[in-house]
Design a protein around this ligand. Structure first.
Ligand SMILES: [Fe+2]
Ligand SMILES: [Fe+2]
Length: 438
């Protein structure tokens, strides 16, 4: 920023009353690291609830300049006796100029909490030359309910949104009407993102009416193949925070978005099928490692399915992006070495994931999982159970109106898990599944 720009921006920021006067009197040097947006607003999105769980939840939001974010959380709606949690983990806080990520831990299961967000604008010039210039707080009090056996057994699933904001608007209108306990975003939220700004638009301020869509309804995320593509997506955790390392075994520290939570009578299991091409495919230049990642999730899966809270759930539902079954013999199963190409198949990428199915489904079947909800094929499908495959697979649709964007709703009523697929474009029900408990 040259001196003229600095003066112009400083004047705007001063008029907005964001920065305290003594900061304005500072030299260019002291303020050049304040990368404020033109209107001076530091917090540039509503909070997004990420990776919620029984005793913890992630709160993330966008900022326009170097900042250190915080959340105040309370069990009462007047925010009395609030607890303040800063972004980041151990050693140093998560100060940065893009996304504040605060993992709130020590919560009680199935409990409503109230929270607010705020951020300190930081002037950082290196070494010990750093200070808080001003503090901005979103005046709105938000709330959420943690997961747990006492939480309403009611979820929604969206998938393959691909930054298509017109269909994302329709999906959000449906979700608002259904008001579930949580939403699983089942992958391909992005396309191929090269910048954190495009990621921020997709997750934090999508151009839709209710861009605070995830401020009170918590989200879980099963990444899709597109969510690994592009330089920015290689560091997806800067946008979609991991759970804290202490929330899983040290062996599984790198599995920060996999989830196994109780939502009332349902155990929700989230897996990541990763890319739809082999690591060995020459177009990947040896820069992807889906194979080991898929195997690592087996041990994680065996562990979480042995936990009392999960094992004892009346229903176990697994979620992942790429389907784990496909009856169409022309559909590529994702294990054609070395370059995913074979004349037997219509595509040179995986339409379903036989490797993941072979790794994960025996474990899930043994635990009593009767339903897997997937995505990726951009066409709605229900694969009913057979003698050899005692589980149902639902494949969600989207993203274009021609391939209807879907909201898959699951809820437990009278001891049965009822799942319906809604065409978000016209409200039609495209299919229903009813399951008895295991
Ligand atoms: Fe997709
Ligand atoms: Fe996909």
């Amino acid at each position: 920023m040259d001196r003229r720009d600095f003066i112009r921006n400083t004047a705007v920021i001063t008029a907005a009353g964001i920065i305290c006067p003594d900061a304005i009197a500072s030299s260019d040097n002291q303020t050049k690291n304040i990368q404020g947006s033109v209107d001076g607003k530091l917090i540039t999105s509503a909070p997004m609830l990420q990776n919620f769980a029984e005793t913890s939840i992630g709160v993330a939001f966008s900022v326009s300049a170097m900042a250190n974010g915080f959340v105040k959380v309370s069990e009462v709606d007047d925010m009395s006796n609030f607890r303040l949690i800063k972004c980041g983990g151990y050693r140093v806080t998560g100060m940065n100029a893009d996304v504040m990520q605060i993992r709130v831990t020590g919560l009680k299961p199935s409990t409503r909490y109230y929270y607010t967000i705020g951020a300190d604008r930081i002037s950082y010039e290196g070494g010990y030359r750093m200070r808080i210039v001003s503090t901005e707080e979103d005046p709105k009090i938000y709330s959420f309910i943690t997961s747990g056996p006492g939480t309403s057994s009611h979820f929604c699933v969206i998938n393959d949104t691909h930054a298509n904001f017109s269909t994302f608007q329709l999906l959000q209108e449906k979700i608002t009407a259904l008001n579930p306990s949580c939403v699983v975003w089942n992958g391909d939220a992005t396309n191929c993102e090269e910048s954190i700004d495009s990621q921020k638009e997709i997750f934090f301020y999508p151009p839709i009416k209710n861009s605070d869509y995830a401020s009170e309804i918590p989200y879980l995320f099963c990444p899709g193949n597109h969510d690994s593509r592009g330089m920015a997506n290689r560091s997806l955790e800067k946008i979609w925070m991991y759970r804290q390392p202490e929330e899983r075994l040290s062996r599984d520290w790198d599995l920060g978005r996999n989830f196994a939570i109780r939502l009332g009578d349902i155990a929700m299991i989230g897996l990541d099928t990763a890319e739809d091409k082999l690591d060995e495919n020459p177009i990947f230049a040896g820069l992807f490692s889906s194979s080991e990642y898929r195997k690592a999730q087996v041990k994680w899966l065996q562990h979480v399915l042995s936990l009392k809270n999960i094992k004892n759930a009346p229903f176990i539902v697994a979620f992942c992006h790429i389907p784990l079954f496909d009856s169409n013999p022309r559909h590529n199963p994702g294990d054609v070495y070395p370059n995913d190409t074979d004349s037997r198949y219509d595509t040179n990428f995986a339409e379903w994931q036989r490797t993941c199915s072979d790794l994960w489904m025996p474990v899930l079947e043994k635990a009593g999982c009767k339903l897997v909800i997937t995505a990726h094929e951009h066409a709605v499908r229900i694969d009913g159970p057979t003698k050899e495959r005692p589980w149902t697979q639902i494949v969600g649709g989207g993203p274009a109106l021609g391939n209807p964007p879907t909201v898959i709703e699951g809820k437990v009523l009278n001891g049965q898990l009822q799942v319906s697929i809604c065409n978000a474009a016209n409200g039609d029900t495209m299919g229903q599944v009813t399951l008895k408990s295991k």
